[in-house]
Design a protein around this ligand. Structure first.
Ligand code: FE2
Length: 349
């Protein structure tokens, strides 16, 4: 798109920072509804000394933007002068091309995480989906500023859709920072429909009956959501735990997630993207692509248990996955940190 064709405006927040405050996260843009988006940033207002540790006191700030025009580029400046930009989602039924990135498991080996982010930022994706395990411990406030520092160059130029991983431990900060009202949600980008699920059942509650109730409600919501999205050209699901894995020691670990497969098949989901296993995996079952993209920095896992008849490609390496959509087709590219193409495949309507 030519620059002249892009509607652009500068959004300057009227808020100011207190003298002792410093921004340690963001800006980033999350949770866009059809015509709105939320610009967020994280402020450190002080620190607590506990033994040898200095624990930051963090405050989450958010601004809602409403009345966005489909596809417009929005430039913004937050208090303190940091700037960012993003492209608003296109009209719901517009069969427009788009580029997106899916990646995950960024919780450790921060040098590699940083290099992955630099590579993704160069691609200028319109939005980024994170398959979860953003940090090692969602309760540890020292880890969030590091996460935001590393992801900053990417977050300032895209829209961000995170899934909840087990390492977030269902902590309130995940919801607060990313303006997540529910750990399962969905959005449309043109004629593609994306569903983000919370597969981390173990951290939902200490109570077994509360976990059962959560899962039943998420299943009910998922079926309803997929049924409403029947006219979408492509339906994609993103969640942390993979239904199928080539990591031998983890096979059979997620029966509840595997039990969702009939629903994915009933509503002709095009692809399911997961993380949790720190490698790249591509399985194909009854026309649905199951991709594991957990190569964002966490220690690599072996791919020692390919599934006969299902596994298409596996490799234990740091990587990210790029989606390039055009009307009728989405091209999926798995790209290693060294720039090598691990695999490409097309999803046809
Ligand atoms: Fe995980």
């Amino acid at each position: 798109m030519r620059t002249s064709a892009i509607t652009s405006f500068l959004f300057v927040c009227a808020l100011t920072l207190q003298a002792e405050d410093k921004i340690v996260g963001g800006p980033y843009v999350v949770a866009p509804a059809a015509r709105s988006a939320t610009i967020g940033w994280v402020v450190q207002t002080g620190e607590v000394k506990a033994g040898a540790r200095s624990i930051p006191v963090l405050r989450s700030e958010k601004i809602s933007l409403t009345g966005l025009k489909p596809g417009e580029t929005v430039n913004y400046t937050i208090p303190g002068g940091l700037q960012g930009s993003f492209k608003a989602p296109p009209a719901a039924t517009a069969a427009v091309p788009y580029s997106a990135v899916v990646f995950g498991d960024t919780r450790s080996r921060h040098d590699l995480h940083r290099r992955i982010i630099e590579a993704i930022a160069k691609l200028n994706p319109e939005f980024v989906l994170h398959t979860g395990d953003l940090v090692t411990d969602g309760y540890d406030l020292e880890q969030w500023p590091r996460f935001f520092d590393i992801e900053g160059p990417m977050l300032r130029k895209t829209l961000f859709f995170p899934a909840l991983g087990n390492h977030e431990r269902n902590n309130a900060r995940f919801y607060e920072f990313f303006d997540v009202k529910s750990p399962y949600y969905s959005f449309d980008w043109g004629t593609s429909h994306f569903v983000i699920l919370n597969s981390d059942l173990g951290n939902v509650s200490l109570s077994a009956s509360a976990r059962d109730a959560f899962w039943a409600e998420q299943q009910r919501w998922l079926e309803d959501d997929l049924a409403k999205a029947k006219s979408a050209e492509f339906r994609f699901v993103v969640m942390h735990h993979p239904p199928f894995t080539a990591v031998k020691s983890r096979q059979g670990d997620a029966p509840v997630v595997q039990a969702m497969v009939p629903l994915f098949e009933k509503y002709k989901v095009a692809a399911v993207f997961a993380g949790h296993d720190h490698n790249y995996q591509h399985h194909l079952k009854n026309g649905i692509h199951y991709v594991v993209t957990g190569g964002g920095g966490a220690p690599l896992y072996p791919v020692d248990g390919p599934i006969p008849g299902l596994t298409v490609k596996v490799e234990s390496t740091e990587h990210y996955v790029r989606l390039l959509a055009e009307p009728g087709k989405v091209k999926v590219e798995a790209i290693a940190l060294d720039g090598r193409t691990l695999e490409t495949f097309d999803i046809q309507r």
